[in-house]
Design a protein around this ligand. Structure first.
Ligand code: 5GP
Ligand code: MN
Length: 335
């Protein structure tokens, strides 16, 4: 993987560029994608943002979110854009498999693939250029660095600021996690100079849910949560029937796993959701328990030290059994 600096003197447009990120994008994936979009269009490029799958409604306020192509819903159009692209920016993921049904289109594309990501153990052989830095708070921060280091600070506008702020704010747990460095706050200070309304970003992301989501949370915390005090572990198991009953949409389950993590003494919180086509799990931890390794080892996943996820094709019961066995195997580190 060649360093990003080699791109700086090739940045002037016009070129066909695709920007993509991991499936079921969160605010960091979508925010860094659209932030980069609003930068590159100012350089005269022809830029298309493609999401591998659909996304949560709470991301639709981002400037030009309506222009993002959903690969699952419009794959022919998306494939045409990928075939025409000279560059494909791959944001907020470390392996191409995180782009789900889009993976083969990316593998067969002749474009130079550019990785900008902060997850551990990147598949560097898949990318021509790139940077992977797990010490970074968010991919949004890395897009900010890319703009700054390529000498384009003057192009930071309100649209870029809104998108990048959403990414860094959510990926740092509202500026709470260890990854919230002095440079994160300096970046936010620079973004604030554009005059964007940061309170509105919080409101758009967090105060726009429907009643059913909270009915679902209530039911889940009451009936679907089990605490294993011996292992300082909490597990939530969501059967598919709950998703149907409460009309749960993409994004509605985000944040649910943080509730049990805030119980005194809990070091590991897990949620396993039966999405029908797969069992999706999320892991969060406090202290010295590394959920990235845990998710990789048992759940075909990965992520960060304190936040990771995975997916399994086995039935729900089997994944739950696997989780409990893994928890027992890790007793020494969980105590
Ligand atoms: P979440 O639990 O919110 O889906 O994800 C937490 C973190 O783990 C995110 O940084 C996300 O990118 C990563 N992650 C989630 N699922 C997977 C997965 O299946 N594979 C890998 N490698 N990382 C994942
Ligand atoms: Mn991220």
């Amino acid at each position: 993987m060649k360093p990003l600096e080699e791109l700086y003197n090739q940045l002037s447009g016009p070129q066909n560029i695709v920007i993509t990120f991991h499936q079921k994008p969160d605010a960091d994936a979508m925010g860094s994608g659209l932030g980069l979009y609003h930068f590159l269009i100012q350089l005269g490029h022809n830029v298309t943002v493609i999401s591998p799958t659909n996304w949560a409604a709470f991301l639709n306020w981002m400037p030009d979110a309506q222009k993002v192509i959903d690969f699952d819903a419009a794959s022919q159009n998306a494939r045409a854009k990928i075939n025409e692209a000279r560059w494909i920016f791959c944001l907020d993921f470390n392996t191409l498999s995180r782009t789900k049904n889009m993976e083969d289109a990316l593998i067969h594309s002749m474009a130079d693939k550019i990785l900008i990501d902060h997850h551990k153990e990147p598949q560097t052989e898949s990318f021509t250029y790139g940077i992977s830095n797990p010490a970074k708070s968010s991919t949004a921060e890395m897009i900010f660095d890319f703009i700054e280091e390529s000498g384009n600070d003057a192009l930071i506008n309100e649209a870029i600021a809104q998108c990048l702020y959403a990414g860094v704010m959510t990926d740092t747990g509202s500026f709470r996690f260890d990854s919230t460095t002095a440079s994160v706050h300096s970046m936010v200070a620079r973004l604030m100079q554009t005059g964007f309304d940061h309170s509105k970003v919080h409101e758009n992301l967090f105060d726009n849910f429907l009643e059913n989501r909270y009915r679902f949370f209530g039911n889940t915390l009451l009936n679907r949560m089990e605490i294993f005090y011996e292992y300082n572990t909490a597990l939530i198991v969501v059967p598919q029937q709950d998703l149907i009953r409460y009309e749960i949409k993409t994004g509605d389950t985000e944040g649910l796993v943080n509730f049990p993590l805030s119980i005194r003494g809990i070091k590991l919180a897990a949620i396993i959701i039966d999405r029908g086509d797969e069992r999706k799990s999320s892991f969060r931890s406090k202290g010295d328990f590394d959920v990235n390794t845990f998710a990789r080892k048992y759940f075909n996943g990965g992520g960060h030290f304190h936040a990771a996820g995975g997916r399994n094709t086995e039935p729900l019961d089997e994944v739950v059994r696997k989780f409990k066995a893994a928890m027992k195997e890790n007793k020494a580190t969980l105590e």
